[in-house]
Design a binder for this molecule. Structure first.
Ligand SMILES: Nc1ncnc2c1ncn2[C@@H]1O[C@H](COP(=O)(O)OP(=O)(O)OP(=O)(O)O)[C@@H](O)[C@H]1O
Ligand code: SF4
Ligand SMILES: [Mg+2]
Length: 355
């Protein structure tokens, strides 16, 4: 996890708020993977809405289903093992993209939603210059001449802060640093002015200084272009810096959804509380590290989930009801009327089990 000072969290809390029109509505998404030992539900009934101009974070430990959620939305599930078993992904102005034929989906990718992955070398082709790849991406979605595409590519490299863009455009990916390659990926993702950028651990492979630069770049571009961001990370420090709202995922389901301010001020789900305690912080006065807590145990195997609450084997607050039935994702019982919407999947907070 990256280092997060109390100051960083405070900065993100004032960084705008959600409230635009819905752009992407994911409803009861279930994604099945046929793996050895039988099928698993990697995403098991996930619902959320991404609104115009917001950054929505998805956080959770490794294997919680964050990437499978993203790949389901993009129509890029691993073949032949992955398939969307049920649910819908409604994209504003397009409709349910789960039902789109692959040809139409290809134009949605890039035109409407583009994706940035953790490791740019797996997405950039090493045998072509970045300029060639960038202009191809532009020409695949816009009818412009080669010359115009090249000019647009140089503008994009400039926008994402690549020095000497008219020289760098003719470099091969291996001639760029990791941070510059990730900037190129962001340029490619934004080249066709998508409504949504889906970023899956975009800075995890980078060192802390470059990570901060890329996150600042994404925040700046979001402000300048109005692109909404769905940001996947295992790092609550990144969420604090970037997102206005957050979904916490555990073992294929959402266990908490809240505004970033509310989540950091008072996490409700015991899993979120555990994640918060494992954020490294520097003490304000003495610059002394607090003792780090970790959540005991590991994420359960999706083929062998505990009965009842999926977190019950690791939860410090587990009680009898938790092992009998899985709690619903619901508004907390004591949510004040008029308070910002939030949801939690825990019997401690949703005794009535209302949805
Ligand atoms: N290609 C694959 N083949 C088989 N199982 C997979 C594959 N990819 C993911 N899974 C399984 O699907 C589940 C969800 O994985 P997913 O990649 O979505 O997790 P994640 O939250 O993105 O984790 P990480 O933080 O490690 O990227 C896990 O149980 C994982 O083992
Ligand atoms: S439902 Fe029970 S086991 Fe699950 S998180 Fe809440 S208290 Fe813990
Ligand atoms: Mg992942």
């Amino acid at each position: 996890m990256s280092e997060t000072s109390p100051g960083t969290i405070a900065a993100a809390q004032t960084d705008g708020a959600a409230g635009g029109k819905p752009l992407l509505q994911v409803r009861d998404l279930r994604t099945e993977l046929r793996v050895e030992g039988g099928p698993i539900m990697a995403v098991d009934g996930v619902s959320f809405t991404l609104t115009a101009g917001e950054t929505l974070g998805i956080v959770g430990e490794s294997g919680c289903g964050k990437s499978m959620t993203a790949l389901s939305i993009m129509g890029l599930l691993p073949r032949p093992i992955g398939r969307i078993a049920s649910g819908s992904v409604e994209l504003e102005g397009v409709g349910d993209i789960v039902k789109l034929p692959e040809r139409r989906m290809m134009s949605v990718r890039g035109d409407d939603i583009s994706m940035v992955f953790q490791e740019p070398m797996t997405s950039l082709n090493p045998v072509f210059t970045v300029g060639f790849q960038l202009t191809e991406a532009i020409r695949a979605h816009r009818s412009v001449s080669n010359q115009e595409a090249r000019r647009k590519a140089i503008d994009m490299l400039n926008l994402v802060g690549i020095p000497l863009p008219d020289v760098r455009i003719d470099n091969y990916p291996h001639q760029l640093s990791g941070g510059m390659r990730q900037r190129v990926m962001i340029a490619m993702a934004l080249a066709c002015e998508p409504k949504i950028m889906l970023a899956d651990e975009p800075t995890t492979a980078l060192d802390v200084t470059i990570q901060a630069q890329i996150l600042n770049l994404m925040n700046r571009l979001k402000r300048e272009t109005g692109t909404s961001i769905l940001l996947i990370t295992h790092d609550l420090g990144v969420i604090a810096k970037m997102a206005q709202r957050v979904l916490v995922m555990y073992a294929g389901v959402v266990v908490e959804e809240a505004g970033v301010n509310d989540l950091f001020a008072g996490p409700l789900h015991p899993y979120t509380v555990g994640l918060m305690r494992s954020i490294p912080r520097v003490d304000r006065s003495v610059a002394r590290r607090r003792k780090l807590h970790t959540i005991k145990g590991v994420v359960p195997s999706l083929g062998n989930l505990p009965k009842g609450c999926r977190f019950s084997d690791r939860c410090p607050d587990v009680h009898d009801r938790c092992r009998e039935a899985e709690p619903p994702l619901a508004a907390p019982d004591d949510l004040a009327p008029g308070a910002p919407a939030r949801r939690v999947r825990c019997w401690l907070h949703c005794q009535k089990g209302r949805g």
